[in-house]
Design a protein around this ligand. Structure first.
Ligand code: ADP
Ligand code: MG
Length: 401
């Protein structure tokens, strides 16, 4: 995965060259305003670098799910102001993605100017990865840069098709993501620990199967740990538990055993009778002492301490999914404690730590460790598919040779 072309493979001076740059500007909106600029900030370095090197930069992105039709509420013009604010530059909005309107706009743009094409998903050729659609877009570019890792699990015209028609490069944000993921799982320094938590085994079966063959320690927490505990004969009371997946859990444990992967399940847990913050019924107990009317909502303090000791023996950590129902106190305790241990080990230089997943990003922020772990991936679906060991079409297309 590591050998892909980057902006360093382009000539220093890009004057007059037209750069088609796939970015993720699918910003969360409320009342017509972007509520979070993280995605825009992530792609700003690539855009500014290309512009400063003299290229005419043409941004390509999708916004919402217009399903192959023009829809004014999902026009890229909705995020024009937000991206201009983040870049501190003017961005020309171009209401087409190909054809003469784009050609004329590119003529108007000077070297170092930035244009933003319309929502790629207004055209059915985008999601169909239609060759003629991709060719029409490519006609207005001299090279292609993909800076949208979060869309790399989709083989669409703007995420994959274009890379076969133009010289293709990873942007800086894509590059950072690929380097972090490679260090965490592609080519990691052993021993490697993986934390897999979250609600359900069923949503992360492929992740568990892939990791159990690759890592030395697989730490299972969250609701999915209950299914594994049930598979070991533990009575989990009224916990979230997929009883129909007990055999699958047993098979994963057997496969892990064969490949020398130790699976860590909680032996003490935080339980309550209701799914609520600070419930009166909250208590810590051994996994064998959960009563019929109780739910396991977090890993217990003793188990977390032991997990911290496991991390101390590891060089690499990859984490997806919270260890408990972290949105409600005190069931955030295990996630917060282990995240802080991982952050401290990372700061000491003994651990490379990479985390990703929608709720995981929120959990890491809640623990206050966002800046202290090695890398946090905000690419939900693409991050999970990568943890499943899948090839991402948008990434493969950037590979050398
Ligand atoms: P991510 O978005 O990071 O991939 P998931 O969506 O798989 O993570 O899981 C997050 C959800 O799992 C959270 O809403 C959390 O409350 C829930 N969860 C974690 N542990 C438990 C548990 N023991 N019982 C019920 N829900 C849980
Ligand atoms: Mg989630």
């Amino acid at each position: 995965m590591s050998d892909f072309k980057t902006l360093d493979d382009l000539p220093d001076d890009l004057s007059g060259q037209r750069a088609l740059v796939r970015v993720d500007l699918n910003l969360p909106m409320a009342d017509g305003l972007a509520t979070d600029l993280t995605r825009a900030r992530a792609v700003a370095p690539t855009i500014l670098e290309l512009a400063d090197r003299g290229a005419k930069v043409l941004l390509l992105a999708h916004f919402g799910r217009p399903k192959g039709q023009r829809n004014s509420t999902m026009s890229m013009s909705m995020v024009q102001g937000a991206i201009e604010d983040v870049l501190g530059r003017e961005v020309m909005f171009i209401p087409e993605v190909a054809g003469p309107v784009v050609e004329q706009a590119v003529d108007i743009l000077g070297n170092g100017d930035i244009g933003m094409l319309e929502n790629t998903r207004f055209w059915p050729g985008e999601e169909a990865n239609d060759a003629d659609f991709a060719k029409a877009i490519a006609a207005n570019g001299d090279f292609y840069v993909n800076d949208a890792f979060s869309a790399a699990h989709r083989a669409h015209a703007s995420t994959e098709g274009l890379s076969h028609l133009l010289p293709a490069y990873a942007g800086r944000s894509m590059q950072k993501e690929l380097e972090a993921l490679d260090a965490a799982l592609g080519n990691p320094e052993p021993p490697v620990a993986a934390v897999v938590g979250g609600a359900k085994v069923s949503s992360k079966l492929a992740v568990l199967e892939n990791l159990s063959a690759k890592v030395q320690h697989l730490i299972i927490g969250g609701g999915m740990a209950n299914t594994f505990l049930a598979a070991k004969g533990v009575d989990v009371g009224k916990s979230l538990c997929e009883h129909d997946l007990v055999d699958t859990a047993t098979a994963i444990m057997a496969a892990a055993d064969r490949s020398g992967c130790t699976i860590h399940l909680p032996y003490d847990v935080a339980v309550a009778k209701e799914f609520a913050a600070n419930p009166e019924s909250f208590r810590i107990c051994n996994v064998h002492e959960v009563s019929a009317d109780e739910m396991i909502l977090d890993v217990g303090p003793q188990a977390v301490e032991a997990l911290g000791d496991v991390l101390k023996t590891c060089r690499t950590l990859v984490w997806n999914g919270p260890l408990g129902a972290f949105e409600m106190e005190p069931f955030d305790a295990a996630t917060v404690t282990l995240a802080r241990t991982a952050a401290a080990l990372t700061q000491e230089g003994s651990l490379i730590s990479v985390a990703g997943g929608g709720d995981t990003v929120a959990a890491m922020a809640h623990a206050g460790v966002t800046e202290q772990v090695t890398y946090i991936s905000t690419a939900g679906g693409a991050f999970l598919e990568w943890m499943e060991g899948k090839e991402l079409p948008g990434v493969s297309a950037l590979q050398r040779g």
